[in-house]
Each structure stands twice: as structure tokens, then as C-alpha cells.
Ligand binder design. Structure first.
Ligand SMILES: Cc1cc2nc3c(=O)[nH]c(=O)nc-3n(C[C@H](O)[C@H](O)[C@H](O)COP(=O)(O)OP(=O)(O)OC[C@H]3O[C@@H](n4cnc5c(N)ncnc54)[C@H](O)[C@@H]3O)c2cc1C
Length: 404
């Protein structure tokens, strides 16, 4: 499978079909190997598609379980559930995202002030640290928008414990360049590596592990801090209640408001006969410094969703130029519609944009409903503490969802 990430739903299914035969025991045995950017057969490389829901977790799991028993595909399905766990966990602790943003801006100011840390930061993001493995991953990330999971773990660990750079600057570097850049998976994985998610348990990158799992491509012996202490920080905030799922009043005509977090409106839990219009928000650019590659992937993925919506719903489909409420209000008025429906907007930049838009609807007489996918409703309540609860409930939840 080539690394060129075409931002379409069709491409997601091409990748899925190619990967399914290897999603069982082959994946369990080989998934931790990073064989390099031209050899990714041992993983699915589906993350940019899952991130924007060009394909659903349920669709991927259904395809995999139609060819493998759960006992063989357990590892792969668990990895999909890690994504769900991080999403659900951040939904229930949204201040972790705002705290990340505040700490990031403090660290950016500091990095600008101190020449030594600015030089170390620049070397890290340009791949000039002198640690060959780290430098290769840094360049691969910027060039391709993707690096392997194990490389992400090693990279984050070296960033924090060997280069002694602030974790927030590393998470920001990833978020700006990863095509799958996700507020939950990215921020919380960095916190996990640092030892801030599970207090005192940090991830330490070791040279022999890197040598083995890169199949000898890299050997940073003697270059890494292999005995660091975890970072210290405040305890995780207590979990808040999940927003209750809403449903669309039956029979009432609605306009769908689509944002980049969920680009398959044809699969939302909404009766398509009620849909009288579809509006697509532009790619969210409220997070500063997103790479051109990430911006292009997102805006082309939105164009792909617009094309599908046009074919699926027989109604006007509009790509909004801005996330300002006036365009949305005008379209609703033109079609005498009082209800906007969107799929759950996750904590992160898209949530802030959506909340501002909904606040701007006040006084217009137009209401907003947020529907939630069955997958999220089934798993998120278990994502309050560690991953274990999600893993424990995985078989019964998959059964309840009709996936096995
Ligand atoms: C520091 C760090 C930052 C990360 N940042 C992101 C991010 O911004 N966005 C993102 O989607 N993933 C992130 N991950 C998780 C993981 O690295 C990627 O999801 C995975 O590498 C994607 O490649 P793949 O699709 O081939 O994965 P596969 O191994 O084929 O797994 C299938 C799917 O399961 C999910 N998944 C797999 N592993 C994980 C994991 N550890 N955590 C969460 N979901 C997982 C992904 O959706 C992935 O597409 C991060 C991990 C680390 C350690």
C-alpha cells in the first residue's frame, strides 16, 4: 500500500480491503515493527481516515471480524478501541485540552526567550539532533504526515527524557504535521509517555528495543537517557458527565451541519427523508501552524464528503466559506428550517468553533441538535479511568453493536 494518503472514503476502503487479510495473527505478531516508510504492510495505515471518520470504527471492525475470529483479531480491535478510549476520556476531562493549550503557549514564550532551548527545539523539529533514528522520524513526519506507532512512542520519549524538551511542544509538533492529528489520541499519548496520564508510569525508549523493532535500521546505543524519572504534574482532573446524546425530532425537516470530525453524514443516525439541506464547515484553522499537507488533506476530505452528500441526499449541499453563523442561518431561512443537526463534535478546535457558531444562532429561532454514533455511546461511558475497563467490556460491547 502506497503512503500517499488520498483524502477520500473510497481510498479508505481500498486500504481496508488490502489490510483485512493481515489483521489477525499477522498483525498481532508484527505490528510493533517499524520497517520504514516504504514498508507498512504490517499495520493498516488507516488513521487519517478514522480520524476524520471518512470510515467508521464499526466499519473497520466489521470487515476485520468477517474474516477473522475475535481471538485472532483481538490485538487489532484493541488498538481501534485505544482511539475510542482516548476520545471518551478527553470528552470527560475537557480541561486537559485547555490546560495543554495554556501550557503550550507558556512554553512557546519561554522557548523564544532562551537561546539554548530554542536551538534544541529547532534541531528536534528539523531532524538535526545527531540522534540518527530521531532525526529520521522527525523528517519522515514532516515529509509524509505519518509515522509508525512505535516510532511515535520512541520519538516522544526521546523528546521528553533525552532532549529534555517540554512535552507540549512535542505534542504540538505532532499535531501540526500528522494527517491523523487528533486532540485526544495525540495529547493524551504524549501525557502517557511523560508519565502524566498514569502517574509515575512513563515510557522509556531503549536502544536495544529500537534496534530490534526497526529491524536493525537504527541503533542509538549510548545516545539515550534510559533511566529518567517520569515528569511531575497535577493529578488528572475528576471526570465530568458526558453530554447526554440528543435525538432528532421525528418528521421535522433538518439541515445537516458537517464538520471535519465526522465526514460521513450519510451514516449519521438521522432519517435521510428529513434532511432538506447539508452544510459543510470549512477545515478548522483555529489551531495555529497546521502544515500545508494537513490543511490540504482536511479540505479535500471535506470536498469528498460534499460530493457524497450530494449524491446521497437529494437536497442542496453547500460548502460554507466560514464558520460564522450568518451563512448557516440564511440557508435554514431559505428552506424554512428550524433545526440544524450535527454529529457529536469532539473536544478540540472543532468543538470551540462549533460552540461559537451555536452561540451565534441565539435569537435566530434555529436550534441545534448533536447526535452521537452508537459506537461512541456504547464505549465512552467505560473510558473514565484506565484502558482496562474498555478492554474488559470490548466483547460484550461489540456484541451489543452487532459486530460479532
Ligand atoms: C505520542 C503519540 C502520539 C499519537 N498521536 C496520534 C494522533 O494524533 N492521531 C491518531 O490517530 N493516533 C495517534 N497515536 C496513536 C497511533 O500511533 C496511531 O493511531 C497509529 O500509529 C496509526 O497508524 P495505523 O493506522 O497504521 O495503526 P494500526 O496499528 O493499523 O491501528 C488501527 C487503528 O487503531 C487506532 N490506534 C492504533 N494504535 C493506537 C494508539 N496507540 N492510540 C490510539 N489509537 C490507536 C488508530 O485509529 C489506527 O488507525 C499517537 C501515538 C503516540 C505514542
Amino acid at each position: 500500500m502506497s503512503q500517499a494518503f488520498l483524502p477520500t472514503r473510497e481510498e479508505a476502503f481500498v486500504r481496508l480491503k488490502d489490510f483485512v487479510p493481515r489483521a489477525g495473527s499477522a498483525y498481532a505478531k508484527s505490528r510493533n515493527f517499524d520497517y520504514g516508510p516504504t514498508e507498512r504492510k504490517n499495520v493498516s495505515v488507516l488513521s487519517p481516515y478514522l480520524r476524520h471518520r471518512l470510515i467508521g470504527e464499526d466499519e473497520v471492525v466489521r470487515a476485520v471480524l468477517s474474516k477473522h475470529r475475535i481471538s485472532a483479531a483481538d490485538k487489532f480491535v484493541q488498538e481501534i478501541c485505544w482511539r475510542t478510549y482516548w476520545k471518551g476520556w478527553l470528552e470527560q476531562r475537557p480541561t486537559v485540552w485547555s490546560e495543554y493549550l495554556s501550557e503550550l503557549s507558556r512554553e512557546k514564550e519561554k522557548a523564544e526567550k532562551y537561546r539554548d532551548s530554542a536551538a534544541r527545539y529547532t534541531a528536534a523539529v528539523t531532524g538535526e539532533t545527531g540522534i540518527t533514528a530521531f532525526d529520521a522520524w522527525s523528517k519522515e513526519l514532516v515529509e509524509t504526515g505519518y509515522i509508525h506507532n512505535h516510532a511515535r512512542m520512541w520519538f516522544a520519549s526521546i523528546w521528553i527524557f533525552t532532549l529534555r524538551l517540554p512535552w507540549t511542544l512535542g505534542a504540538d509538533f505532532f499535531y501540526r504535521h500528522l494527517l491523523d492529528g487528533d486532540p485526544a489520541s495525540n495529547t493524551l499519548s504524549w501525557r502517557w509517555v511523560a508519565g502524566l496520564h498514569t502517574r509515575g508510569k512513563h515510557y522509556v525508549a531503549r536502544a536495544d528495543n529500537i534496534r530490534h523493532y526497526t529491524d536493525g535500521r537504527f541503533d542509538p546505543s549510548g545516545e539515550l537517557n534510559e533511566a529518567p524519572d517520569p515528569l511531575d504534574g497535577p493529578d488528572n482532573p475528576p471526570a465530568v458527565r458526558l453530554r447526554p446524546p440528543m435525538s432528532v425530532p421525528p418528521g421535522e425537516p433538518v439541515v445537516l451541519l458537517v464538520n471535519e470530525d465526522d465526514l460521513t453524514p450519510e451514516r449519521w443516525p438521522v432519517n435521510s427523508e428529513q434532511v432538506n439541506g447539508v452544510m459543510l464547515l470549512p477545515a478548522d484553522d483555529s489551531y495555529p501552524g497546521l502544515s500545508e499537507q494537513v490543511r490540504a488533506f482536511r479540505s479535500q476530505a471535506i470536498a469528498d464528503a460534499a460530493g457524497r452528500a450530494e449524491r446521497f441526499f437529494s437536497c442542496p449541499v453547500v460548502r460554507l466559506a466560514t464558520a460564522q453563523p450568518n451563512e448557516a442561518v440564511a440557508l435554514c431561512r431559505a428552506h424554512s428550517i428550524e433545526k440544524l443537526v450535527t454529529a457529536h463534535v469532539a473536544v478540540g478546535p472543532a468543538r470551540n468553533t462549533y460552540d461559537a457558531l451555536v452561540a451565534g444562532l441565539a435569537g435566530s429561532g434555529i436550534g441545534a441538535v448533536e447526535v452521537r454514533r452508537d459506537w461512541d455511546s456504547a464505549f465512552w461511558p467505560h473510558a473514565r479511568a484506565g484502558f482496562f475497563k474498555v478492554k474488559e467490556r470490548m466483547p460484550e460491547t461489540l456484541e451489543r453493536l452487532g459486530l460479532m
